[in-house]
Design a protein around this ligand. Structure first.
Ligand SMILES: [Zn+2]
Ligand SMILES: [Zn+2]
Length: 167
């Protein structure tokens, strides 16, 4: 996914890309096409890209262990500053480009922002009830008859100590 920005006038231009997700090494849970839409705002000293990506993923729920498909939408801004010499920056949304670079390569940035958007905790739905800790039934599908006492392990040793002292 590349934009040869030198071909475009100053102002806003719209780009749509669609590429098979395998090209980006995002991980085996991603499938189908990666769709990327970018609005490029080109001016004299900089280019600002406002991008939206959409990619499908196949996950296993951390709570109920069921497999499910979902769509990950990612929105990011990237600023490319024209610079005399090539400069490094730690900022996630900033790149310096020299005037002998005539093309913006979007692959690595799109990939990075998609991976950042991937949720840390993967749940099939916000109110997923998970599995019964006693019998292992999926509580989204059926109820079980287990009575679940809440045992707080943090207090267990104290409880023991107190029992000892009382005896
Ligand atoms: Zn779930
Ligand atoms: Zn149960």
């Amino acid at each position: 996914m590349k934009i040869k920005y030198t071909n475009f006038t100053e102002g806003v231009h719209d780009f749509d890309f669609q590429e098979p997700v395998e090209k980006f090494n995002l991980g085996k849970e991603f499938f189908g096409n990666l769709n990327l839409n970018c609005k490029m705002d080109k001016s004299l000293h900089q280019i600002v890209l406002n991008c939206n990506s959409e990619v499908k993923a196949h996950f296993t729920c951390d709570r109920c262990s069921e497999d499910f498909d979902t769509v990950i939408n990612t929105q990011y801004l990237m600023t490319y500053m024209f610079s005399r010499e090539l400069r490094e920056t730690d900022e996630l949304n900033l790149r310096y480009i020299t005037l002998d670079t005539d093309t913006l390569d979007l692959d690595e940035d799109a990939k990075e922002f998609i991976l950042i958007s991937k949720p840390m905790k993967i749940v099939c739905k916000d109110d997923c009830k998970g599995l019964c800790p006693k019998c292992g039934k999926n509580l989204n599908i059926e109820k079980c008859n287990c009575s679940i006492e809440i045992i707080n392990d943090v207090w267990a040793p104290l409880e023991k100590l107190r029992n000892k002292l009382n005896n």
